[in-house]
Design a binder for this molecule. Sequence first.
Ligand code: UN1
Length: 510
Amino acid sequence: MNDVLRKLGLEGPLMGTMTNRSAIRCHGENLEVFSPVEGRCMGKIVQASVEDFGRVAEMAADAFLEWRLVPAPKRGEVVRRIAQAVRSHKKDLAVLISMEMGKILPEAEGEVQEMIDIADFSVGLSRTLYGLTMHSERPGHRMYEQWHPLGPVGVITAFNFPLAVWSWNAMVAMAAGDTVIWKPSSKTPLTALAISTIAGRVLEEESLPEGILNVVIGGRSTVGEQLAADRRLPLISATGSVGMGRHVGRTVASRLGRALLELGGNNGVIVTPSADLDLTIRAILFGAVGTAGQRCTTIRRVIVHRRIFPRFRDLLMDAYRQVVIGHPLDEGVLMGPLVDVDAVGKMRRALAVLEQQGGRILYGGQVLRGGIYDAGTYVTPCICEAEHDTPIVLEETFAPILYLICYESLEEAIHFHNAVPQGLSSAIFTNDLRESELFLSHRGSDCGIANVNVGTSGAEIGGAFGGEKDTGGGREAGSDAWKWYMRRQTTTINWSGELPLAQGIRFGDR
Ligand code: UN1
């Protein structure tokens, strides 16, 4: 591990801010970063104070004035070089992610790949920031809309995707001509400093001004509050819990800023009698147990037709019994630890509440002990039986707990599916065209993502990512999500020599 930290430039006492590649002296409290894998301290960081944040915000605002002048395709060229640099550090970054938050190495490598993909996407984007042209109702007039860089953008991210979520924002924002101030989760600051060093080196080699990509590591109540309230930041993109999003959303709204919120999910899948059960079980296993149930896209509810319920339940329990739980860097391990002991406590409490509310644990949910397990962060993934409206089922517990719910008709299944406050990702497993079309129709899933015969997690970057209701309504990553990061301007040009008014208004005509 020390070797990886050295290769990524993370030795010695670390500062909690970076502007491009330069660390700024910080004056906040010390932060010790513990790995959930063996419970050891991985690094120490002096966090940013409110004043330190202010200095970084000023630099980001100044850098924006220059960065926005670089032609978009040239900005794309810088992003392309960052993607290249990430490719050459893929393995080291993945090991760091695994050790810092516990996901298994293949998933951590997938996360780094997700950054490479969005960077490549943003290179193309830098030449395709298209605006529409429209026909004017007035003779001799031309109308079109154009997209300008927006400003310095604040990005708040969670521990579970310590690299990818920032990159969906930062790479797109860079192509758009914005600068970025990133507040990573205090559980995963090392990954943030590592990628900032890699990207910052490219910015330095390109002789770009300090302050294009910035990190500020600090508490929610200090740095987080300042970031959300700072009028210099026209857009705040926040990923995390519904509670955090509500708070940030309120603060940003009170200054009439733009908030892009990607919050909790409570993702359900419907399994109908025509489903290919082998494929379904494999998809659900990845969706529910992958990242130890700590993705916002994790499958949390499976709504199964009564006729196939017993068979489905038994097959799924068999699959869960095969899951190897252990060191996330070891081959063959499918599930690493939860992010910390606190997360284990929350899982245990949710299971106790479920039982009080009439639900039943069918498999798993134990805290493991002995050897590496003594870190206290390893659990067995859990399958439960519940009603669709059992109160705890309506909440997102960020842990590998899966609720099985029984249904009779597809209309009822869709009702059960949509009857939760969150609306991120969803899926149906069926080989019946009518069932899948109903699920995808306006009478079907109410989520931002709706899949057929594919689980709810593991989305590709090409699509817009985000969800409805308590998930916050934001869209990040591909498609036209870039529009959040730019300022739209509608333009009318009169080349006629006359002054006809729109709507046929005559005003003081002689
Ligand atoms: C998240 O958990 O916040 O679709 C993001 C997925 C990943 C991203 C998840 N591409 O599961």
